[in-house]
Design a protein around this ligand. Structure first.
Ligand code: ADP
Ligand code: ASP
Ligand code: MG
Length: 812
């Protein structure tokens, strides 16, 4: 004999019931079976809702009644069952309607009446399913569980009188002649014969009680997923079914929120060593989960991760708690008298406070009872009134073998911390089968996913990008990411997804990753953008390993890094504004990056894609010290002076540099030296100096007329007017056989930028085109400097510099 239980979704529609009938037909070929059925999905909720409406004098309860009636009739008709002719079904409907009307008239809904009401779901579904099996010529008979399962009067609902129940079941099945017995789940009788229920989700329990009483070989729980998963599959995409699990583990998982199995279900079958198979009605060929008492020696230490939503944390605090025996006893007695289930307890070793996690819906009841119990202590100031925190959830790691492995909780909490998930309370059972943490409800999905990634998925890191600025450089970056995606996955175990993009007008998001081949079309169809709007989206998605990439030159965007870092969102910027703003701002960002474990990388601020800042950071991290930096850091100025020859007007060269895109739209930013000053300032700061832009000694090579020009056009006019000045600079260099280079330097802790005549033989002498070069003189490189040289401007190299920063994040 086998017992099979089908849940609400399995019997939720005509098509689904037909699948159930096929399974019943197959399984009853070789063995007699008992089939426990739930109410059609959603029906129990609807019944309770109708009851609440009726009790509050809301006549809309009758609409729900009509809906329920129609739904059952339609399913029945589809199964060739006539509800009109079914005396039993008609009786149930009439009773239900009377009951609802009664509640409406007396304006009251007691727990007992609620139970009677909720029972109709299973009573109706089981009668329709039995008749449809009979219609098909199968030997099926229905037995009402109310005549089998008896619960103790006056105790919690789940307390079964096993002596009577087991006898009822044995006696009935001993003589039952049909191969198939259909039993409504969830319903039971009190000792006084009144109808009751076994608690929400209780059909699993009904089936387990019957299986245990009959000592069957197996209990099958047929549901809408392929077993007990490593985490709730509706919240964690990569969750997978657990093949084998022990009773203890399954019990722990279900107690901590794995809804697929109602927690009390395991006890009766475990005592008889009956295995539980969890199977999927919609994919019967899937293996599912087998729950037994055997533990696989090679199995993983963490078996599953669960969550319970809607938790309230109650904290009882005060000096009155210290060393006084009996306080905990009084507290727990008070809670238990209210029939409130305590899910988690923590107590500080100072005994100064006790913290309880309970279901949020019971928080007020618990708060009132506790405050009343400790009224005297509170009045005397020995204790504070209980503090209630809501909107919390519990997440838990479960596994029999966790106790044999060190460092699991370390991994758990560091992973949560790195993802900015605040932990309100922690509990670890002494048996170490379970480590639980209380966190904010809004963080649950993220927490489950990061922990799942950590404990169950291959260690491929997922990086989620939000890119602001998709012009020239940004577009190249998207292109490079698309091209390298596969390589990064295979070679670096790195999965990069772009979740959001924005330009100055529109923003577009896709939480699974934007298909990069068509980002332009998608962005054009996006929503109007704003910095706050973009950031809000990042916060709402609340994804792990989130990175904001700033490819703009916008000051407001740069001012938003702090709020991102505070949410543990990493920042990668080619925008120089933040790092060259006042020192305090720069320092704050560096500090936030460390505090929130959210890297702030800006390699492209100096020398585009050249690894200048990274090299400098590595030198310093390995204990070296910067003595002097000499550098040519402006691709634009290099271009200008490399092309400035005798017989050419300086004005024309600058014009050409601008036309070819080598200068800022306002070339004065480059020619005045401001851009280079910012870059050397950033290098100085990264070398450990607390300097500001005003500290850079900037000796201009432009004339005061050039510098005082009122517009870009005016600037170009002054270049013509002062052409003689530039000719003089060139003539002097030619005479000295030198090259003109715009040089930035850090010497003795001071910063300078200016035009210099570089003699032949100097490393800068042969610098071509828009190349940059940096010479680091350090303690370890005192005479022969460490040199970095290469193209220091251009969209492609800047994009690849950003890309390297993003790839660098894989180690965080
Ligand atoms: P039934 O109506 O068949 O009793 P339930 O809705 O009670 O089904 O339980 C199945 C649901 O439990 C799944 O659809 C899934 O959303 C949820 N669930 C939560 N945690 C887990 C888990 N760890 N493994 C499988 N399912 C889970
Ligand atoms: N129908 C009941 C409920 O929804 C029992 C069950 O489905 O297990 O809670
Ligand atoms: Mg269920």
């Amino acid at each position: 004999m086998k017992v099979l239980k089908f849940g609400g979704t399995s019997v939720g529609s005509l098509e689904n019931i037909q699948k159930v009938i096929t399974i019943i037909e197959n399984q009853s070929k070789n063995d007699s079976i008992c089939v426990v059925v739930s109410a059609f999905s959603g029906v129990t909720d609807q019944l309770l809702h109708a009851g609440k409406l009726a009790a509050s004098k809301d006549a809309r309860f009758s609409e729900i009644f009509q809906q329920l009636k129609t739904r059952h009739q339609e399913v029945a008709t589809g199964l060739n069952v006539s509800t009109e002719n079914s005396v039993q079904f008609q009786t149930y409907l009439a009773q239900l309607e009377d009951l609802l009307k009664g509640i409406y008239y007396i304006n009251e809904l007691s727990n007992r009446t609620q139970d009677r009401l909720a029972a109709f779901g299973e009573l109706c579904s089981s009668s329709i399913i039995t008749e449809s099996l009979q219609q098909k010529g199968l030997a099926a008979k229905r037995k009402n569980a109310v005549e089998l399962i008896v619960t103790k009067n006056g105790t919690a609902r789940k307390s079964v009188n096993y002596a009577v129940t087991n006898k009822n079941i044995e006696t009935y099945f001993h003589t039952a002649s049909e191969r198939i017995t259909i039993v409504p789940g969830f319903v039971a009788a009190l000792e006084n014969n009144e109808i009751t229920t076994l608690g929400r989700g209780g059909s699993d329990f009904s089936a387990a009680i019957i299986a245990a009483a009959l000592d069957t070989s197996e209990l099958q729980i047929w549901t809408d997923v392929s077993g007990m998963y490593t985490a709730n599959p509706s919240l964690v995409k990569h969750a997978k079914p657990i093949k084998n699990i022990s009773y203890q583990e399954a019990m722990e998982l279900s107690h901590f929120g794995a809804k697929v199995l109602y927690p009390p279900t395991i006890v009766p079958v475990m005592q008889k060593n009956i295995q539980i198979a969890i199977k999927n009605t919609f994919a019967p060929e899937d293996e599912g989960t087998l729950i037994t008492n055997t533990v696989d020696p090679n199995e993983e230490s963490v078996k599953g991760i669960t969550n319970i939503g809607n938790i309230a944390l109650l904290t009882l605090e005060g000096t009155g708690l210290v060393g006084i025996p009996g306080i905990s006893k009084r507290l727990f007695e008070t809670i238990s008298q209210q029939s409130i289930n305590v899910i988690l307890i923590t107590q500080a070793s100072s005994e100064h406070s006790i913290c309880l996690g309970i279901l949020a819906e019971e928080a007020t009841k618990a708060q009132n009872a506790i405050d009343l119990e400790f009224e005297n202590e509170i009045e005397l100031g020995k204790m504070f009134p209980v503090i209630v925190e809501e909107d919390l959830s519990i997440i838990a790691l479960v596994g029999d073998k966790m106790k044999n492995h060190q460092g699991i909780s370390g991994k758990m909490f560091s992973k949560l911390g790195k993802n900015n998930i605040n932990i309100r309370a922690i509990a670890q059972g002494a048996s170490e089968k379970n480590i639980s943490a209380v966190i904010a409800k809004k963080d649950v999905k993220k927490a489950l996913n990061v922990l799942h990634e950590r404990f169950f998925e291959d260690q491929r890191k997922q990086i989620n990008l939000y890119i602001a600025g998709v012009g020239n450089v940004g577009a190249k970056l998207l292109n490079q990411i698309e091209q390298q995606k596969q390589y990064l996955k295979e070679k670096l175990n790195l999965n990069i997804r772009v979740i959001g993009i924005t330009n100055s007008k529109k923003m577009y998001f896709n939480s699974d990753g934007i298909p990069l081949k068509k980002w332009e079309t998608l962005l054009a169809e996006g929503e109007p953008t704003s910095i706050e709007g973009f950031q809000n989206k990042i916060n709402t998605y609340n994804k792990r390993n989130s990175v904001f990439v700033d490819v703009t030159a916008n000051e407001t965007v740069a001012n938003s890094y702090n709020t991102l870092l505070e949410k543990s969102v990493a920042v990668v910027a080619c925008n120089k504004i933040a790092c060259s703003a006042e020192y305090d701002k720069y320092a704050e960002l560096k500090h936030l990056a460390t505090q929130y474990n959210a890297p702030f990388l800006f390699e492209t601020n100096v020398g585009a894609g050249l690894p200048i800042i990274d090299t400098l950071n590595n030198l310093i991290a390995s204990g070296d010290q910067v003595i002097t930096i000499k550098a040519v850091l402006s691709g634009s100025l290099n271009f200008v002076f490399n092309n400035y020859k005798e017989g050419v007007a300086f004005h024309d060269v600058v014009q050409q540099a601008k036309a070819e895109g080598y200068t800022e739209p306002d070339p004065r930013i480059d020619l005045s030296g401001v851009d280079v000053a910012r870059k050397i300032l950033i290098l100085a700061r990264e070398s450990g100096l607390q300097l500001n832009l005003e500290d850079v000694v900037n000796t201009p090579f432009l004339t005061s007329k050039n510098l005082e020009s009122t517009s870009v056009d005016h600037f170009f006019e002054t270049l013509i007017e002062d052409d003689a000045h530039f000719q003089k600079l060139l003539a002097s260099a030619t005479k000295n056989k030198a090259q003109l280079k715009y040089v930035a330097q850090l010497v003795d802790g001071t910063l300078q930028v200016g035009l210099e005549e570089i003699p032949s033989g100097h490393p800068f002498y042969n610098l071509e085109g828009k190349d940059n070069m940096v010479l680091f003189y350090t303690k370890r490189y005192p005479e022969q400097p460490l040199i970095i040289k290469g193209a220091g401007a251009g969209a492609d190299v800047t994009a690849s510099g950003l890309f390297s920063d993003i790839i660098r994040l894989r180690t965080f």
